[in-house]
Design a protein around this ligand. Sequence first.
Ligand code: UD1
Ligand code: CA
Length: 517
Amino acid sequence: MPQGENARPAPRSTSGAASSDSHSALGSAVSTIVLAAGEGTRMRSATPKVLHPIAGRPLVEHAVRAAAGTGPDDLVVVIGHGRDAVGEHLARVADDLDRKVHTVVQDQQLGTGHAVACGLTALADQRHGTVLVSYGDVPLLDTATLTELLAEHHERRNAVTVLSAVVDDPTGYGRLVRDDAGQVTGIVEQKDATAAQAAIGEINSGVYAFDATVLSDALDRLSTDNAQGELYLTDVLSIARSDGHSVGALVCADTWLVEGVNDRVQLARLGAELNRRLVLGWMREGVTVTDPASVWLDCDVALSRDVTLEPGVQLRGGTTVGEGSLIGPDTTLTGCTVHPGASVVRTHGEGAEVGPGASVGPFAYLRPGARLGEKGKIGTFVEVKNSEIGTGSKVPHLTYVGDAEIGEGSNIGAASVFVNYDGVAKHRTVIGSHARTGADNMFVAPVEVGDGAYTAAGSVITQDVPPGAMAVARGRQRNIEGWVARRRPDTAADQAAQQAQERSGSDLTTNPMSDTR
Ligand code: UD1
Ligand code: CA
Protein backbone atom coordinates (compact mmCIF):
# COMPACT_ATOMS: atom_id res chain seq x y z
CA MET A 1 0.00 0.00 0.00
CA PRO A 2 1.38 3.40 -0.82
CA GLN A 3 1.57 5.99 1.90
CA GLY A 4 -1.30 7.97 0.50
CA GLU A 5 -0.88 11.71 0.54
CA ASN A 6 1.98 12.59 2.74
CA ALA A 7 1.27 16.27 2.71
CA ARG A 8 1.78 16.48 6.43
CA PRO A 9 4.50 18.99 7.27
CA ALA A 10 6.94 17.80 9.88
CA PRO A 11 5.45 18.20 13.34
CA ARG A 12 6.85 21.15 15.26
CA SER A 13 8.51 20.52 18.55
CA THR A 14 7.50 22.73 21.42
CA SER A 15 8.95 20.59 24.12
CA GLY A 16 10.37 22.03 27.28
CA ALA A 17 14.11 21.99 27.78
CA ALA A 18 15.59 18.62 28.48
CA SER A 19 15.56 17.88 32.14
CA SER A 20 18.58 16.45 33.81
CA ASP A 21 16.94 13.24 34.91
CA SER A 22 16.44 10.89 32.05
CA HIS A 23 13.18 9.02 32.33
CA SER A 24 13.43 7.03 29.20
CA ALA A 25 16.12 6.16 26.77
CA LEU A 26 16.09 4.99 23.20
CA GLY A 27 16.19 1.25 23.04
CA SER A 28 14.29 0.71 26.26
CA ALA A 29 11.01 -1.22 26.18
CA VAL A 30 8.04 0.44 24.53
CA SER A 31 4.50 -0.64 25.26
CA THR A 32 1.44 0.65 23.52
CA ILE A 33 -2.00 0.94 25.09
CA VAL A 34 -4.96 1.56 22.80
CA LEU A 35 -8.09 2.77 24.61
CA ALA A 36 -11.25 1.27 23.17
CA ALA A 37 -13.63 0.60 26.07
CA GLY A 38 -16.01 3.49 25.52
CA GLU A 39 -19.59 2.96 24.46
CA GLY A 40 -19.88 5.29 21.53
CA THR A 41 -23.47 6.24 22.38
CA ARG A 42 -23.61 8.85 19.65
CA MET A 43 -23.21 6.19 16.96
CA ARG A 44 -26.69 4.92 17.94
CA SER A 45 -25.68 1.45 16.87
CA ALA A 46 -25.95 -2.17 17.96
CA THR A 47 -22.37 -2.50 16.72
CA PRO A 48 -19.63 -1.25 19.07
CA LYS A 49 -18.28 2.05 17.78
CA VAL A 50 -14.73 0.85 17.21
CA LEU A 51 -15.96 -1.97 14.96
CA HIS A 52 -17.51 0.41 12.44
CA PRO A 53 -15.26 0.30 9.37
CA ILE A 54 -13.71 2.85 7.10
CA ALA A 55 -11.76 1.78 4.01
CA GLY A 56 -12.66 -1.82 4.83
CA ARG A 57 -11.24 -1.90 8.35
CA PRO A 58 -12.85 -1.35 11.74
CA LEU A 59 -11.69 1.82 13.47
CA VAL A 60 -9.88 -0.14 16.17
CA GLU A 61 -7.97 -2.13 13.56
CA HIS A 62 -6.62 1.09 12.03
CA ALA A 63 -5.45 2.13 15.49
CA VAL A 64 -3.93 -1.25 16.32
CA ARG A 65 -2.12 -1.52 12.99
CA ALA A 66 -0.67 1.97 13.39
CA ALA A 67 0.48 1.11 16.92
CA ALA A 68 1.88 -2.27 15.86
CA GLY A 69 3.89 -0.49 13.17
CA THR A 70 6.04 1.16 15.84
CA GLY A 71 7.14 -2.31 16.92
CA PRO A 72 6.17 -2.17 20.58
CA ASP A 73 7.21 -4.98 22.90
CA ASP A 74 3.68 -5.15 24.26
CA LEU A 75 0.52 -4.05 22.53
CA VAL A 76 -2.50 -3.75 24.82
CA VAL A 77 -6.06 -2.84 23.88
CA VAL A 78 -8.41 -1.79 26.67
CA ILE A 79 -11.89 -3.02 25.81
CA GLY A 80 -15.24 -2.75 27.58
CA HIS A 81 -18.41 -2.10 25.63
CA GLY A 82 -18.97 -4.85 23.07
CA ARG A 83 -15.96 -6.68 24.50
CA ASP A 84 -16.82 -10.03 22.91
CA ALA A 85 -17.12 -8.73 19.38
CA VAL A 86 -14.18 -6.34 19.74
CA GLY A 87 -12.05 -9.05 21.36
CA GLU A 88 -12.89 -11.49 18.58
CA HIS A 89 -11.92 -9.01 15.93
CA LEU A 90 -8.67 -8.18 17.71
CA ALA A 91 -7.79 -11.88 17.80
CA ARG A 92 -8.11 -11.93 14.00
CA VAL A 93 -5.97 -8.81 13.68
CA ALA A 94 -3.32 -10.38 15.93
CA ASP A 95 -3.32 -13.44 13.67
CA ASP A 96 -2.97 -11.21 10.62
CA LEU A 97 -0.15 -9.20 12.16
CA ASP A 98 1.41 -12.38 13.51
CA ARG A 99 1.98 -10.81 16.88
CA LYS A 100 0.51 -10.85 20.37
CA VAL A 101 -2.23 -8.32 21.08
CA HIS A 102 -3.26 -8.29 24.75
CA THR A 103 -6.78 -7.30 25.66
CA VAL A 104 -7.74 -5.99 29.08
CA VAL A 105 -11.36 -5.52 30.05
CA GLN A 106 -12.26 -2.26 31.72
CA ASP A 107 -15.60 -3.12 33.28
CA GLN A 108 -16.75 0.38 34.09
CA GLN A 109 -15.60 3.39 32.12
CA LEU A 110 -14.34 5.53 34.97
CA GLY A 111 -12.23 7.75 32.77
CA THR A 112 -9.19 7.69 30.52
CA GLY A 113 -6.82 7.59 33.52
CA HIS A 114 -8.57 4.51 34.84
CA ALA A 115 -8.49 2.95 31.36
CA VAL A 116 -4.71 3.35 31.12
CA ALA A 117 -4.30 1.96 34.65
CA CYS A 118 -6.26 -1.10 33.50
CA GLY A 119 -4.06 -1.36 30.42
CA LEU A 120 -0.90 -1.27 32.52
CA THR A 121 -1.97 -4.44 34.35
CA ALA A 122 -1.26 -6.40 31.16
CA LEU A 123 2.41 -5.42 31.29
CA ALA A 124 4.92 -7.64 33.05
CA ASP A 125 6.88 -4.57 34.12
CA GLN A 126 4.71 -1.49 34.53
CA ARG A 127 7.49 0.74 35.72
CA HIS A 128 10.09 0.56 33.01
CA GLY A 129 10.44 1.97 29.54
CA THR A 130 7.97 4.03 27.56
CA VAL A 131 4.20 3.72 27.35
CA LEU A 132 2.51 5.02 24.22
CA VAL A 133 -1.22 5.70 24.58
CA SER A 134 -3.61 6.09 21.66
CA TYR A 135 -7.36 5.71 20.98
CA GLY A 136 -9.28 3.01 19.16
CA ASP A 137 -11.52 5.62 17.55
CA VAL A 138 -8.83 7.76 15.90
CA PRO A 139 -8.39 5.92 12.60
CA LEU A 140 -6.14 8.16 10.51
CA LEU A 141 -3.29 8.37 12.98
CA ASP A 142 -0.41 6.57 11.32
CA THR A 143 2.71 4.73 12.38
CA ALA A 144 4.93 7.56 11.08
CA THR A 145 3.37 10.09 13.47
CA LEU A 146 3.54 7.71 16.44
CA THR A 147 7.18 7.04 15.61
CA GLU A 148 7.88 10.78 15.49
CA LEU A 149 6.16 11.20 18.84
CA LEU A 150 8.36 8.48 20.36
CA ALA A 151 11.51 9.96 18.81
CA GLU A 152 10.63 13.41 20.13
CA HIS A 153 9.86 11.97 23.55
CA HIS A 154 13.18 10.15 23.73
CA GLU A 155 15.29 12.93 22.24
CA ARG A 156 13.92 15.48 24.69
CA ARG A 157 14.15 12.98 27.51
CA ASN A 158 10.62 13.96 28.47
CA ALA A 159 8.52 12.32 31.14
CA VAL A 160 5.42 13.03 29.06
CA THR A 161 5.07 14.08 25.44
CA VAL A 162 1.57 14.79 24.20
CA LEU A 163 0.56 14.94 20.55
CA SER A 164 -1.33 18.19 20.11
CA ALA A 165 -2.92 20.02 17.20
CA VAL A 166 -4.01 23.56 16.51
CA VAL A 167 -7.58 23.52 15.23
CA ASP A 168 -10.14 26.09 14.14
CA ASP A 169 -12.83 24.72 16.41
CA PRO A 170 -11.49 23.23 19.65
CA THR A 171 -14.97 22.58 21.09
CA GLY A 172 -15.11 19.36 23.12
CA TYR A 173 -11.38 18.77 23.29
CA GLY A 174 -9.01 19.23 26.18
CA ARG A 175 -6.89 22.40 25.77
CA LEU A 176 -3.13 22.54 26.16
CA VAL A 177 -2.14 25.09 28.77
CA ARG A 178 1.32 26.60 28.45
CA ASP A 179 3.20 29.03 30.66
CA ASP A 180 4.70 32.33 29.52
CA ALA A 181 7.80 30.53 28.31
CA GLY A 182 5.63 28.29 26.15
CA GLN A 183 6.20 25.23 28.32
CA VAL A 184 3.28 22.81 28.64
CA THR A 185 1.91 22.97 32.16
CA GLY A 186 -1.18 20.83 31.78
CA ILE A 187 -4.38 20.01 29.98
CA VAL A 188 -7.77 21.41 30.88
CA GLU A 189 -10.94 19.65 29.77
CA GLN A 190 -13.60 21.70 28.01
CA LYS A 191 -16.02 21.23 30.91
CA ASP A 192 -13.45 22.41 33.45
CA ALA A 193 -12.03 25.28 31.43
CA THR A 194 -12.21 28.96 32.26
CA ALA A 195 -13.33 31.24 29.44
CA ALA A 196 -9.70 32.15 28.77
CA GLN A 197 -8.66 28.49 28.65
CA ALA A 198 -11.61 27.61 26.41
CA ALA A 199 -10.29 30.16 23.92
CA ILE A 200 -7.06 28.17 23.46
CA GLY A 201 -6.86 26.64 19.99
CA GLU A 202 -4.24 23.99 20.75
CA ILE A 203 -5.97 20.73 21.65
CA ASN A 204 -5.03 17.43 23.21
CA SER A 205 -5.25 14.66 20.63
CA GLY A 206 -5.35 12.08 23.42
CA VAL A 207 -2.17 10.45 22.17
CA TYR A 208 0.87 10.51 24.44
CA ALA A 209 4.25 8.98 25.18
CA PHE A 210 4.87 8.49 28.89
CA ASP A 211 7.76 7.43 31.02
CA ALA A 212 6.32 4.31 32.63
CA THR A 213 7.41 5.16 36.18
CA VAL A 214 6.11 8.72 36.06
CA LEU A 215 2.84 7.45 34.56
CA SER A 216 2.32 4.74 37.18
CA ASP A 217 3.09 7.12 40.03
CA ALA A 218 0.77 9.84 38.70
CA LEU A 219 -2.12 7.46 37.97
CA ASP A 220 -2.12 6.47 41.65
CA ARG A 221 -2.66 10.11 42.54
CA LEU A 222 -5.51 10.99 40.16
CA SER A 223 -8.70 12.31 41.66
CA THR A 224 -12.25 12.51 40.38
CA ASP A 225 -12.56 16.07 41.58
CA ASN A 226 -13.60 17.49 38.20
CA ALA A 227 -16.68 18.40 36.21
CA GLN A 228 -17.20 14.85 34.92
CA GLY A 229 -16.24 12.99 38.10
CA GLU A 230 -13.79 10.89 36.08
CA LEU A 231 -10.18 9.85 36.49
CA TYR A 232 -8.59 12.05 33.84
CA LEU A 233 -5.45 10.77 32.14
CA THR A 234 -4.81 14.39 31.23
CA ASP A 235 -4.06 15.22 34.87
CA VAL A 236 -0.87 13.12 34.60
CA LEU A 237 0.70 16.07 32.78
CA SER A 238 0.24 18.62 35.56
CA ILE A 239 1.24 16.05 38.19
CA ALA A 240 4.44 15.20 36.33
CA ARG A 241 5.15 18.85 35.76
CA SER A 242 4.72 19.79 39.42
CA ASP A 243 7.00 16.88 40.34
CA GLY A 244 9.63 18.66 38.26
CA HIS A 245 9.59 16.36 35.27
CA SER A 246 9.86 17.56 31.72
CA VAL A 247 6.56 17.69 29.83
CA GLY A 248 6.46 18.46 26.11
CA ALA A 249 4.20 18.50 23.12
CA LEU A 250 4.56 17.56 19.50
CA VAL A 251 2.23 19.60 17.31
CA CYS A 252 0.68 17.52 14.55
CA ALA A 253 0.14 19.84 11.59
CA ASP A 254 -2.11 17.42 9.73
CA THR A 255 -5.18 17.71 11.94
CA TRP A 256 -6.99 14.90 10.11
CA LEU A 257 -4.63 12.44 11.78
CA VAL A 258 -5.81 13.24 15.29
CA GLU A 259 -9.53 13.45 14.56
CA GLY A 260 -11.70 10.92 16.36
CA VAL A 261 -15.02 9.35 15.47
CA ASN A 262 -17.93 9.96 17.80
CA ASP A 263 -20.87 9.75 15.41
CA ARG A 264 -21.70 8.58 11.91
CA VAL A 265 -21.15 12.01 10.43
CA GLN A 266 -17.52 11.89 11.56
CA LEU A 267 -17.28 8.27 10.43
CA ALA A 268 -18.22 9.30 6.89
CA ARG A 269 -16.00 12.39 7.01
CA LEU A 270 -12.90 10.45 8.05
CA GLY A 271 -13.80 7.59 5.72
CA ALA A 272 -13.89 10.02 2.79
CA GLU A 273 -10.58 11.58 3.79
CA LEU A 274 -8.85 8.23 4.16
CA ASN A 275 -10.24 7.21 0.78
CA ARG A 276 -9.01 10.44 -0.77
CA ARG A 277 -5.51 9.70 0.52
CA LEU A 278 -5.60 6.10 -0.69
CA VAL A 279 -6.75 7.10 -4.18
CA LEU A 280 -4.14 9.85 -4.34
CA GLY A 281 -1.46 7.39 -3.27
CA TRP A 282 -2.38 4.98 -6.06
CA MET A 283 -2.41 7.76 -8.66
CA ARG A 284 1.15 8.56 -7.59
CA GLU A 285 1.96 4.86 -8.13
CA GLY A 286 0.80 5.06 -11.74
CA VAL A 287 -2.93 4.34 -11.62
CA THR A 288 -5.24 6.52 -13.74
CA VAL A 289 -8.34 7.58 -11.83
CA THR A 290 -10.76 9.50 -14.01
CA ASP A 291 -12.88 10.84 -11.15
CA PRO A 292 -11.10 10.39 -7.80
CA ALA A 293 -14.10 11.46 -5.71
CA SER A 294 -16.30 8.64 -7.00
CA VAL A 295 -13.74 5.85 -6.59
CA TRP A 296 -13.64 4.00 -3.25
CA LEU A 297 -10.76 1.78 -2.25
CA ASP A 298 -10.15 -0.38 0.77
CA CYS A 299 -6.77 -0.19 2.50
CA ASP A 300 -5.90 -3.69 1.37
CA VAL A 301 -6.44 -3.44 -2.39
CA ALA A 302 -3.38 -3.74 -4.59
CA LEU A 303 -3.17 -2.04 -7.98
CA SER A 304 -0.52 -2.09 -10.68
CA ARG A 305 0.85 0.45 -13.08
CA ASP A 306 -1.41 1.73 -15.83
CA VAL A 307 -4.56 0.40 -14.29
CA THR A 308 -7.47 2.70 -15.15
CA LEU A 309 -10.32 3.18 -12.71
CA GLU A 310 -13.35 4.79 -14.31
CA PRO A 311 -15.97 6.71 -12.31
CA GLY A 312 -18.07 4.82 -9.79
CA VAL A 313 -15.60 2.05 -8.98
CA GLN A 314 -15.38 0.39 -5.57
CA LEU A 315 -12.55 -2.05 -4.92
CA ARG A 316 -12.89 -3.89 -1.65
CA GLY A 317 -11.64 -6.76 0.44
CA GLY A 318 -8.16 -7.40 -0.90
CA THR A 319 -9.02 -7.02 -4.58
CA THR A 320 -5.94 -6.93 -6.80
CA VAL A 321 -5.77 -5.53 -10.31
CA GLY A 322 -2.94 -6.31 -12.72
CA GLU A 323 -1.06 -3.94 -15.01
CA GLY A 324 -2.97 -2.15 -17.72
CA SER A 325 -6.41 -3.39 -16.73
CA LEU A 326 -9.51 -1.23 -17.08
CA ILE A 327 -12.09 -1.27 -14.29
CA GLY A 328 -15.42 0.51 -14.57
CA PRO A 329 -17.34 2.62 -14.91
CA ASP A 330 -19.68 1.57 -12.09
CA THR A 331 -18.01 -1.61 -10.94
CA THR A 332 -17.77 -3.10 -7.46
CA LEU A 333 -15.23 -5.85 -6.85
CA THR A 334 -14.74 -7.50 -3.46
CA GLY A 335 -11.97 -10.01 -2.93
CA CYS A 336 -11.40 -10.35 -6.68
CA THR A 337 -8.23 -10.95 -8.66
CA VAL A 338 -8.03 -9.22 -12.02
CA HIS A 339 -5.00 -10.20 -14.08
CA PRO A 340 -3.15 -7.79 -16.41
CA GLY A 341 -4.76 -6.37 -19.51
CA ALA A 342 -8.31 -7.28 -18.56
CA SER A 343 -11.40 -5.12 -18.80
CA VAL A 344 -14.24 -5.26 -16.27
CA VAL A 345 -17.09 -2.89 -17.08
CA ARG A 346 -20.30 -2.22 -15.07
CA THR A 347 -19.84 -5.39 -13.07
CA HIS A 348 -20.52 -6.62 -9.55
CA GLY A 349 -17.98 -9.21 -8.46
CA GLU A 350 -17.13 -11.10 -5.33
CA GLY A 351 -14.40 -13.69 -4.86
CA ALA A 352 -13.85 -14.01 -8.61
CA GLU A 353 -10.78 -14.23 -10.83
CA VAL A 354 -10.49 -12.60 -14.24
CA GLY A 355 -7.71 -13.90 -16.50
CA PRO A 356 -5.15 -11.85 -18.45
CA GLY A 357 -6.69 -9.94 -21.33
CA ALA A 358 -10.16 -11.21 -20.48
CA SER A 359 -13.28 -9.09 -20.75
CA VAL A 360 -16.25 -8.87 -18.40
CA GLY A 361 -19.50 -6.94 -18.71
CA PRO A 362 -21.18 -4.61 -19.16
CA PHE A 363 -23.72 -5.79 -16.57
CA ALA A 364 -22.11 -8.98 -15.33
CA TYR A 365 -22.41 -10.59 -11.92
CA LEU A 366 -19.40 -12.60 -10.79
CA ARG A 367 -20.02 -14.69 -7.69
CA PRO A 368 -17.54 -16.58 -5.53
CA GLY A 369 -15.46 -19.11 -7.41
CA ALA A 370 -16.06 -17.61 -10.85
CA ARG A 371 -12.80 -18.02 -12.77
CA LEU A 372 -12.42 -16.69 -16.28
CA GLY A 373 -9.38 -17.79 -18.31
CA GLU A 374 -7.01 -15.78 -20.45
CA LYS A 375 -8.75 -13.74 -23.16
CA GLY A 376 -12.08 -15.22 -22.11
CA LYS A 377 -15.33 -13.30 -22.13
CA ILE A 378 -18.21 -12.97 -19.72
CA GLY A 379 -20.58 -10.62 -21.45
CA THR A 380 -23.79 -8.74 -20.87
CA PHE A 381 -26.36 -9.89 -18.28
CA VAL A 382 -24.31 -12.94 -17.44
CA GLU A 383 -24.07 -14.42 -13.93
CA VAL A 384 -21.27 -16.86 -13.10
CA LYS A 385 -20.81 -18.79 -9.86
CA ASN A 386 -18.28 -21.43 -8.83
CA SER A 387 -17.32 -22.10 -12.43
CA GLU A 388 -14.17 -22.23 -14.45
CA ILE A 389 -14.31 -20.80 -17.95
CA GLY A 390 -11.19 -21.76 -19.91
CA THR A 391 -8.79 -19.80 -22.07
CA GLY A 392 -10.53 -17.94 -24.87
CA SER A 393 -13.97 -19.30 -24.02
CA LYS A 394 -16.94 -16.97 -24.27
CA VAL A 395 -20.26 -16.59 -22.51
CA PRO A 396 -21.42 -13.45 -24.27
CA HIS A 397 -25.10 -12.86 -23.46
CA LEU A 398 -27.93 -13.34 -20.93
CA THR A 399 -26.70 -16.53 -19.30
CA TYR A 400 -26.37 -18.19 -15.90
CA VAL A 401 -23.31 -20.39 -15.43
CA GLY A 402 -23.31 -22.20 -12.09
CA ASP A 403 -21.09 -25.07 -10.91
CA ALA A 404 -19.59 -25.62 -14.35
CA GLU A 405 -16.34 -26.27 -16.06
CA ILE A 406 -15.94 -24.98 -19.59
CA GLY A 407 -12.84 -25.91 -21.57
CA GLU A 408 -10.84 -23.73 -23.96
CA GLY A 409 -12.13 -21.90 -27.00
CA SER A 410 -15.78 -22.80 -26.44
CA ASN A 411 -18.77 -20.55 -27.03
CA ILE A 412 -21.95 -20.66 -25.02
CA GLY A 413 -25.04 -19.49 -26.91
CA ALA A 414 -27.10 -16.58 -25.65
CA ALA A 415 -29.77 -17.00 -22.98
CA SER A 416 -28.53 -20.33 -21.63
CA VAL A 417 -28.93 -21.67 -18.12
CA PHE A 418 -26.67 -24.13 -16.37
CA VAL A 419 -29.38 -25.87 -14.37
CA ASN A 420 -27.30 -26.81 -11.36
CA TYR A 421 -29.92 -27.24 -8.67
CA ASP A 422 -32.51 -30.00 -8.46
CA GLY A 423 -34.15 -28.51 -5.41
CA VAL A 424 -32.01 -30.56 -3.05
CA ALA A 425 -28.42 -30.70 -4.27
CA LYS A 426 -26.12 -28.84 -6.65
CA HIS A 427 -24.63 -30.66 -9.64
CA ARG A 428 -21.86 -29.88 -12.09
CA THR A 429 -21.91 -29.33 -15.83
CA VAL A 430 -18.83 -29.96 -17.92
CA ILE A 431 -18.46 -28.41 -21.37
CA GLY A 432 -15.38 -29.48 -23.31
CA SER A 433 -13.04 -27.41 -25.43
CA HIS A 434 -14.03 -25.81 -28.75
CA ALA A 435 -17.67 -26.70 -28.18
CA ARG A 436 -20.46 -24.54 -29.68
CA THR A 437 -23.64 -24.61 -27.74
CA GLY A 438 -26.78 -23.12 -29.26
CA ALA A 439 -28.78 -20.21 -27.95
CA ASP A 440 -31.34 -20.80 -25.23
CA ASN A 441 -29.94 -24.10 -23.97
CA MET A 442 -30.64 -25.64 -20.56
CA PHE A 443 -27.80 -27.83 -19.32
CA VAL A 444 -29.49 -30.02 -16.73
CA ALA A 445 -26.65 -31.06 -14.44
CA PRO A 446 -24.99 -33.42 -13.97
CA VAL A 447 -24.31 -33.45 -17.69
CA GLU A 448 -21.32 -33.29 -20.00
CA VAL A 449 -20.87 -31.84 -23.49
CA GLY A 450 -17.77 -33.30 -25.17
CA ASP A 451 -14.91 -31.54 -26.94
CA GLY A 452 -15.89 -30.05 -30.26
CA ALA A 453 -19.58 -30.90 -29.80
CA TYR A 454 -22.47 -28.71 -30.91
CA THR A 455 -25.92 -28.32 -29.43
CA ALA A 456 -28.98 -26.98 -31.22
CA ALA A 457 -30.69 -23.75 -30.19
CA GLY A 458 -33.49 -24.18 -27.71
CA SER A 459 -32.24 -27.55 -26.48
CA VAL A 460 -32.72 -28.93 -23.00
CA ILE A 461 -29.58 -31.03 -22.60
CA THR A 462 -30.23 -33.81 -20.11
CA GLN A 463 -27.87 -36.44 -21.50
CA ASP A 464 -24.14 -36.36 -22.14
CA VAL A 465 -23.16 -35.24 -25.65
CA PRO A 466 -20.22 -37.19 -27.16
CA PRO A 467 -17.28 -35.25 -28.64
CA GLY A 468 -18.04 -33.95 -32.10
CA ALA A 469 -21.78 -34.75 -31.95
CA MET A 470 -24.69 -32.38 -32.56
CA ALA A 471 -27.31 -32.64 -29.85
CA VAL A 472 -30.88 -31.63 -30.65
CA ALA A 473 -33.28 -31.73 -27.72
CA ARG A 474 -36.47 -29.87 -28.45
CA GLY A 475 -39.93 -30.41 -29.90
CA ARG A 476 -40.26 -30.51 -33.69
CA GLN A 477 -41.95 -27.53 -35.28
CA ARG A 478 -45.23 -28.03 -37.09
CA ASN A 479 -47.06 -25.27 -39.02
CA ILE A 480 -50.85 -25.34 -39.06
CA GLU A 481 -51.73 -23.69 -42.35
CA GLY A 482 -54.54 -21.12 -42.42
CA TRP A 483 -55.04 -21.18 -38.65
CA VAL A 484 -55.32 -17.39 -38.36
CA ALA A 485 -57.89 -17.08 -41.15
CA ARG A 486 -60.03 -19.74 -39.45
CA ARG A 487 -59.58 -18.90 -35.77
CA ARG A 488 -58.78 -15.14 -35.82
CA PRO A 489 -60.67 -13.85 -38.83
CA ASP A 490 -60.80 -10.10 -39.50
CA THR A 491 -57.98 -9.31 -37.09
CA ALA A 492 -54.96 -7.22 -38.02
CA ALA A 493 -53.01 -10.47 -38.13
CA ASP A 494 -55.47 -11.96 -40.59
CA GLN A 495 -55.31 -8.89 -42.82
CA ALA A 496 -51.51 -8.82 -42.74
CA ALA A 497 -51.37 -12.52 -43.59
CA GLN A 498 -53.77 -12.06 -46.53
CA GLN A 499 -51.74 -9.15 -47.86
CA ALA A 500 -48.55 -11.18 -47.62
CA GLN A 501 -50.19 -14.03 -49.48
CA GLU A 502 -51.41 -11.67 -52.20
CA ARG A 503 -47.93 -10.17 -52.57
CA SER A 504 -46.26 -13.52 -52.90
CA GLY A 505 -49.01 -14.50 -55.39
CA SER A 506 -49.40 -17.90 -53.91
CA ASP A 507 -50.18 -19.68 -50.71
CA LEU A 508 -47.20 -19.94 -48.38
CA THR A 509 -45.88 -23.44 -48.25
CA THR A 510 -44.09 -25.22 -45.49
CA ASN A 511 -40.34 -25.22 -45.72
CA PRO A 512 -39.34 -28.83 -45.20
CA MET A 513 -35.89 -27.71 -43.97
CA SER A 514 -37.22 -25.56 -41.14
CA ASP A 515 -37.38 -28.36 -38.57
CA THR A 516 -33.79 -28.46 -37.45
CA ARG A 517 -31.16 -26.07 -38.37
C1 UD1 B 1 -10.30 12.89 25.84
C2 UD1 B 1 -9.33 13.77 26.59
C3 UD1 B 1 -9.29 15.15 25.94
C4 UD1 B 1 -8.92 15.00 24.49
C5 UD1 B 1 -9.85 14.03 23.79
C6 UD1 B 1 -9.36 13.77 22.41
C7 UD1 B 1 -9.36 13.03 28.89
C8 UD1 B 1 -9.85 13.31 30.27
N1 UD1 B 1 -9.74 13.89 27.96
O1 UD1 B 1 -11.56 13.46 26.00
O2 UD1 B 1 -8.36 15.98 26.59
O3 UD1 B 1 -8.95 16.25 23.85
O4 UD1 B 1 -9.90 12.79 24.50
O5 UD1 B 1 -10.29 13.00 21.72
O6 UD1 B 1 -8.62 12.08 28.70
N2 UD1 B 1 -12.03 5.42 27.10
C9 UD1 B 1 -11.92 4.21 27.72
N3 UD1 B 1 -12.29 4.09 29.03
C10 UD1 B 1 -12.75 5.14 29.75
C11 UD1 B 1 -12.87 6.38 29.09
C12 UD1 B 1 -12.49 6.50 27.78
O7 UD1 B 1 -11.49 3.23 27.11
O8 UD1 B 1 -13.04 4.95 30.92
C13 UD1 B 1 -11.63 5.54 25.69
C14 UD1 B 1 -12.79 5.86 24.79
O9 UD1 B 1 -13.32 4.67 24.26
C15 UD1 B 1 -12.14 6.71 23.71
C16 UD1 B 1 -11.02 7.39 24.41
O10 UD1 B 1 -10.76 6.64 25.58
O11 UD1 B 1 -11.60 5.94 22.67
C17 UD1 B 1 -11.35 8.83 24.76
O12 UD1 B 1 -12.45 8.85 25.58
P1 UD1 B 1 -13.53 9.99 25.48
O13 UD1 B 1 -14.54 9.77 26.53
O14 UD1 B 1 -13.97 10.14 24.09
O15 UD1 B 1 -12.63 11.24 25.92
P2 UD1 B 1 -12.97 12.73 25.66
O16 UD1 B 1 -13.94 13.18 26.67
O17 UD1 B 1 -13.29 12.93 24.24
CA1 CA C 1 -13.80 11.39 22.12
